[in-house]
Write a protein that binds this ligand. Structure first.
Ligand SMILES: Nc1ncnc2c1ncn2[C@@H]1O[C@H](COP(=O)(O)OP(=O)(O)OP(=O)(O)O)[C@@H](O)[C@H]1O
Length: 364
């Protein structure tokens, strides 16, 4: 077992009702979530939704207007950024350019007044951990972007922080390298068991790294759940559209009984959902479903919608079809491609058969 794993101090992070504004404009409102000791959670949402503001408040770089941040048993309100025991990694590496790799990694240890010999041993351990053994004497500019980011990770964990914060850590790297570093980070986090919060706007990154996601939109938390639950049971239309792909049909509740709800759609089409929705007749609803829950058929059946094929695109193992309905609403269907999969001609009218048991309904 690694030395650092023995000394890692697992703490639970609790964010309670954090609210912050810049110049009167609320950037985050009443944000609450927990990261259990040793857990990895992703804060996910579109640009400007307030993710970095939450992270900065946890790190102690800003003081939120309201709310509490509790790490372990300590409320951090009166604890300085430096004394919080938090390791941070930013997108732009932020290594000290005039210090060598080893000096960069040793920096937090020097601040903690760790004796020189112990510092040297810890730096060596960190270099092996991030697979940069032998690079200690180089300057940051003599490393690739991926290597620099590994040094940033090593520096963040060298001081055995009780919390690791990562702000878009791999945003500047190309896709393949990002994936490699994500796998490495996951391995490292599991080995060390550091409570970790990662901020990203990349849903694939969030889903591959985190056990739970905190979905933010316009300064508010919309849902906190596992990646699969967020995908399968989105609580809001925003979450449904932000995670994965979603077809959205705007319609009106026509009639409902105990077992079914009939939705009228533009162009005299309709859809029967096999359950009673919590809406009154006449309500506007947005019905959503994933492309993989749509099958294209040559003939009409119940719960199929007529649409014209615009394009079919092979994407690795699947085939994605884009269609347009008479009223201009777009539809997307995807299927697993086999050796005999037939690709229809663009312009063909097809019938999109929707698995209505997988549809979600939100206020329109
Ligand atoms: N220093 C600042 N002064 C004024 N407004 C700010 C400041 N920092 C952030 N904001 C505003 O607060 C809101 C939230 O910003 P924040 O950086 O937290 O979002 P984000 O989700 O991290 O975005 P991104 O993914 O683009 O980094 C935005 O509307 C932003 O314009």
């Amino acid at each position: 077992m690694l030395d650092i794993a023995k000394t890692a101090d697992r703490k639970r992070l609790s964010v309670r009702g954090v609210t912050h504004s810049y110049g009167g404009q609320n950037a985050v409102s009443d944000v609450s979530f927990d990261v259990e000791a040793g857990e990895i959670v992703a804060l996910l949402g579109p640009s400007g939704c307030g993710k970095s503001t939450v992270l900065r408040a946890i790190a102690g770089l800003i003081h939120p207007k309201a709310g509490n941040i509790i790490l372990g048993d300590d409320d951090l309100a009166n604890v300085s950024a430096r004394a919080r025991g938090i390791g941070m990694v930013f997108q732009n590496y932020a290594l000290f350019p005039h210090l060598t790799v080893a000096e960069n990694i040793a920096y937090p240890l020097a601040c903690q007044k760790v004796p020189r010999a112990e510092r040297r041993a810890r730096v060596d351990e960190m270099l092996s951990l991030v697979r940069l053994h032998g690079y200690g004497n180089r300057l940051p500019r003599e490393l690739s972007g991926g290597q620099q980011q590994r040094v940033a990770v090593a520096r963040a964990i060298a001081g055995s922080p009780s919390l690791l914060l990562l702000d878009e850590p791999f945003g500047a790297l190309d896709r393949a390298l990002r994936f490699d570093l994500q796998v490495e980070l996951l391995h490292l986090q599991k080995t060390l068991g550091i409570t970790t919060l990662i901020v990203t706007h990349d849903q694939e990154e969030a889903q591959s790294l985190a056990g739970r996601l905190v979905l933010m939109n316009k300064g508010n938390v919309e849902q906190i759940d596992t990646p699969m639950a967020v995908y399968d049971r989105p609580k809001t239309l925003f979450v449904n559209a932000f995670i994965g792909q979603a077809n959205i049909l705007n319609g009106t509740v026509d009639r409902l009984d105990a077992e079914a709800t009939v939705i009228s759609l533009p162009g005299e089409q309709s859809l029967v959902l096999p359950r009673r929705l919590n809406f009154t007749p006449g309500s506007n609803v947005a019905i959503t479903f994933r492309p993989e829950n749509v099958r294209l058929m040559p003939v009409q059946s119940q719960n199929s919608l007529a649409a014209k094929l615009t394009v079919s695109v092979p994407l690795g193992p699947s085939l994605v079809h884009d269609l347009v309905m008479d009223d201009g609403t777009g539809l997307r269907s995807s299927e697993v491609r086999g050796p005999s999969t037939h690709i229809p001609e663009p312009g063909t009218t097809l019938f999109a058969e929707i698995d209505t048991s997988r549809c979600h309904a939100f206020p329109g």
